[in-house]
Design a protein around this ligand. Structure first.
Ligand code: ADP
Ligand code: MG
Ligand code: MG
Length: 891
């Protein structure tokens, strides 16, 4: 049987988007549910692909089927296409599977010519409308099919308005438009050397071909490359009977959303223009009115519109973005699709729709992207301040977020100024891999050149930094270290504000607002539903009671990592240093005194606060992990100090002692040196002090009725014998403290799995460890043999750009390599200890793709920064839903 290239709206449905394109499938769906849609038919995406494959030839049968459908349509409508005495007019509209820029613009009023326009004038009794329709056809057809520059037409419209002394198009008279038609035909001839085609069938054939060809236009190809849309989808062509919004003041055309797309409020939202056709509403030539005015002006059409909005929402179970036209008070639907919305609107609409019984909780959760939660919880510019401020320049919204800082023009100065404590915006003509250290140091990035896939854009998105790229409004002068926009000069050190979400740049500092979690009940509702769905626990990394409280407030049900080294920083460093120096000097007694009398009480206090904040929930505390010299001043600094003091003739004996200690402790490769449990084994008094502090705090809290669950984590284990050496000693301290305090509490001892050897011998290790926590940062470094800090500065991002690595493995767990180690550890660990508690505490714990991987591995929890907890709760629910296989989302 011959291929079916053409489907009437009655023959299609919303499920046929691949074949009929999004627009066509939804026109069909609206037709089948009885909504008023002007009749028409769709030429399939397959026809487009066949046309392109056959060297721009219609495939066999296509034209015949088109003509046949057109004739049938004519019978239905009571007038025929191509009949110049009583013309049937059509629109030709492109429509791919996924709506995208670069596809051919719609052509309206197809079928008009010099004779038909007279007939239309007579039939409608409205010559102004007829000539307006004809000039629009020539304008649109001339532009999109014959490639005449739009300005040529625009100029002439301005001219007729001036000649007639009117401000807007609908005021131009019939005579005026008639004159314009003559001018337009001349323009087409001048610009193309061809006549505007008078034959309706010729118009149709050329328009269909133009839609097909637009699939392979440069703009379309670039867009598909940038967004990852496949190139082999093709576009459909919708051929639809015209309805007219330009036949007087009881007609018009509009666009609307069934709910407010920026707040999510259940209130019809949109714009409307009286006596207008097609894209007048969005073209900006006339200012449209708020759609609610229709309620008074055309109440019947308004009521129908409201009913239709409700029908559509019930049918699609999703907020819709619609296009409609009113012809002599009668409403016609021309398009529907699911509406784009802000993060806040997405959350509100999802919650409301569950409450309205339209969708399930699972669907609501599934409809929110983890990135949207980020948007809701991260600082953004105050909307009112943004509206009130003057936009300095506008570029591409390459990476979202708000950034305020001082302008610097080289990566080196940006880095230097950031180190000096400034907030920096790196401004570059464009960036290259040599600029990455500056990008890392900057709050935001602004480039003059380059698109959404430029180096700056890709890297900024990867780093999660706000970026405005390709901002051609600005002119950078690298010699003077300044940039110019119109008359304004912005110099090095001046403050600007970047809004990566809109691509806008402002002079000076715009206020930011950090939305609080407590004020967002809809968001909390979505996350509670996510909690019902997910299997994976979400814990947080928190080092003090305040962070623990925040984490809990965000929904964390445990602390997966409390880093005790942070407790030796700040003003406590000095105490700790004294202890280290005493120890190195062989003064064991003083070293022990510092530990017992100075540091232990401080640690105990911290732990006590955390246990109270996490009443009823597990708290994993990691024993000291970094090498000791991290707590001492850097060697170079000390050398300089000693030299300076000596030059001043001061006593340098103390400083020299410190220097020699630092030199003694220096390591070639500290990351792989004396740290983690190695340190604990070599200096057990450090770990015993910490364990004592933990258990004293836990017992004290428990005596007050707090439900404590301490879990002591031994870092950097590579061999079971390390645990055998240290763990019994530490457990005896725990027992001793409990005996002293005369209370028994439940506790666990476990280990980090962050060295490949530990993962590979997990069975042995689980014989002692009661829990595992994957330190995926170190595990990734050691599995790849890559030092993260060096790699991200020097080559890792280029690796990603070149496609050597699919993603930065420090952002998303490498499932095949690092993931394989994790898998082995889970299997062998659980084989030995079936109730082994396993989680991850690296930065990956907040990354949705890594969270999905952890779900699949069957981990008990992921632990991430408190701020990421809401994202992780949602991502964990998505992982569970993906496993179940959710129905496809309406679009
Ligand atoms: P886009 O994909 O750019 O939205 P459309 O194909 O939706 O383009 O067409 C743009 C506008 O043209 C529509 O919103 C509608 O106002 C008008 N239009 C399209 N087809 C018709 C038609 N058959 N009758 C009246 N107006 C139409
Ligand atoms: Mg368009
Ligand atoms: Mg449209």
């Amino acid at each position: 049987m011959a291929t079916k290239w053409v489907y009437t709206f009655e023959e299609g449905n919303a499920g046929m988007k691949n074949l009929l394109g999004g627009k066509g499938a939804n026109l069909s769906e609206m037709t089948s549910i009885g909504l008023p849609v002007p009749p028409g038919f769709i030429i399939t995406t397959e026809a487009c692909l066949a046309y392109l494959a056959e060297g721009e030839q219609f495939p066999e049968g296509l034209w015949e089927q088109t003509v046949e459908n057109m004739k049938k349509l004519g019978e239905k409508m009571g007038r025929q296409f191509g009949d110049s005495n009583d013309p049937l007019l059509m629109s030709v509209r492109s429509g791919a599977r996924i709506s995208m820029p670069g596809m051919m613009d719609t052509i309206l009023n197809l079928g008009l010519n010099d004779q038909a326009v007279e007939a239309l004038a007579e039939r409608s009794g409205d010559p102004r409308f007829a000539w307006d329709a004809y000039r629009r056809l020539i304008q649109m057809f001339g532009g999109v099919v014959m490639n005449v520059r739009g300005e040529r037409f625009e100029e002439l419209i301005t001219r007729i308005r001036n000649e007639q002394g009117v401000k807007t198009d609908p005021e131009v008279s019939a005579e005026g438009w008639k004159q314009v038609v003559g001018w337009f035909k001349n323009v087409v001839r001048e610009e193309t050397g061809q006549e505007f085609p008078q034959d309706a069938w010729e118009q149709l054939r050329l328009a269909v071909e133009a839609v097909f060809k637009s699939w392979n236009g440069k703009r379309a190809i670039d867009y598909r490359n940038a967004t990852g849309i496949p190139h082999d989808l093709g576009t459909a062509v919708n051929v639809q009977t015209m309805v007219f919004g330009n036949v007087g003041w009881d007609s018009g055309s509009g666009v609307a959303f069934t709910r407010n797309p920026s707040t999510g409020e259940d209130d019809f939202f949109g714009e409307y223009l009286f006596n207008a056709q097609g894209e007048d509403v969005v073209s900006g030539a006339r200012t449209p009115i708020e759609v609610h005015h229709l309620k008074e002006d055309l109440p019947e059409a308004w009521d129908t519109l409201q009913e239709i909005a409700e029908t559509l929402e019930k049918h699609y179970r999703e907020m819709q973005d619609i296009e409609f036209t009113i012809e002599n008070k009668k409403l016609w639907m021309l398009q529907t699709r699911s509406g784009k919305r802000t993060a806040a609107a997405a959350v509100k609409i999802a919650v409301d729709m569950v409450n309205e019984g339209l969708i399930s909780k699972e669907e609501a959760v599934e409809r929110i992207e983890p990135g949207q939660i980020d948007q809701l919880l991260h600082p953004h510019f105050d909307i009112e301040a943004m509206e009130a401020a003057n936009v300095l320049a506008k570029g591409l919204n390459a990476s979202p977020g708000a950034a305020v800082g001082r302008v610097y023009f080289t990566a080196d100065t940006a880095e230097e100024m950031a180190k000096a404590g400034q907030s920096v915006i790196l401004v570059r003509p464009e960036t290259t891999p040599d600029d990455v250290h500056g990008m890392l140091a900057a709050r935001g990035i602004l480039t003059q050149h380059g698109g959404a896939t430029s180096h700056a854009a890709v890297v900024a998105r990867q780093l999660g930094k706000p970026c405005v790229a390709g901002c051609e409004d600005i002119h950078i002068d690298m010699n003077r270290l300044q940039f110019m926009v119109d008359g304004t000069v912005v110099k090095e050190g001046d403050v600007i504000s970047l809004d990566g979400a809109s691509g806008r740049v402002y002079l000076g500092e715009l206020p930011t607002v950090a939305p609080t979690f407590d004020e967002q009940p809809d968001l909390q509702q979505i996350l509670e539903w996510a909690d019902e769905i997910r299997r994976l626990g979400v814990w947080a990394n928190a080092d003090d009671p305040e962070q623990a409280t925040r984490a809990r407030n965000y929904g964390a049900t445990g602390i997966g990592l409390c880093r005790t080294e942070h407790m030796f920083m700040g003003e406590r460093t000095e105490k700790f240093q004294r202890g280290i120096l005493a120890k190195q000097a062989g003064n064991e007694e003083e070293a022990q005194r510092v530990l017992d009398e100075e540091l232990l009480p401080l640690q105990r206090e911290d732990f006590y606060g955390i246990f109270k904040a996490m009443d009823g929930l597990p708290v994993i505390i990691r024993l000291l992990d970094p090498p000791l010299h991290e707590f001492l001043p850097p060697r170079e600094e000390l050398i300089a100090e000693v030299a300076a003091a000596r030059a001043r003739g001061e006593d340098v004996s103390e400083a020299e002692k410190l220097l020699s200690t630092v030199e003694d402790m220096a390591e070639f490769n500290p990351m792989l040196g004396l740290r983690g449990c190695r340190l604990g084994i070599m200096m057990p008094e450090l770990n015993t002090m910490q364990v004592r502090a933990i258990f004293e705090a836990a017992c004290d809290a428990a005596l007050e009725g707090v439900d404590v669950h301490p879990e002591v984590m031994i870092p950097l284990t590579s061999h079971i014998n390390e645990l055998k050496e240290i763990q019994p000693l530490l457990e005896s301290v725990a027992q001793q403290v409990m005996a002293e305090k005369n209370i028994e509490i439940k506790y666990k001892f476990g280990t980090m799995i962050e060295i490949p050897r530990a993962a590979l011998t997990a069975g042995e290790i689980a014989s002692m460890a009661e829990f595992f926590s994957f330190g995926t940062n170190d595990l990734t470094q050691m599995a790849f043999g890559i030092s993260r800090d060096d790699a991200e500065r020097k080559f890792l991002l280029s690796y990603v750009e070149k496609g050597i690595l699919p993603v930065n493995p420090f952002q998303t767990i490498d499932p095949i390599g690092v993931g394989r180690l994790m898998e082995v550890a889970v299997q062998e660990g659980r084989a030995v200890r079936s109730d082994l508690e396993i989680g991850i505490c690296g930065e990956h714990g907040g990354d949705p793709a890594s969270i999905e991987f952890c779900h699949q591995l069957g981990l008990n929890y992921v632990s991430c920064s408190p701020y990421r907890v809401p994202v992780a709760r949602l991502a964990a629910a998505h992982a569970a839903l993906n496993e179940k296989g959710m129905p496809e989302r309406p679009d």
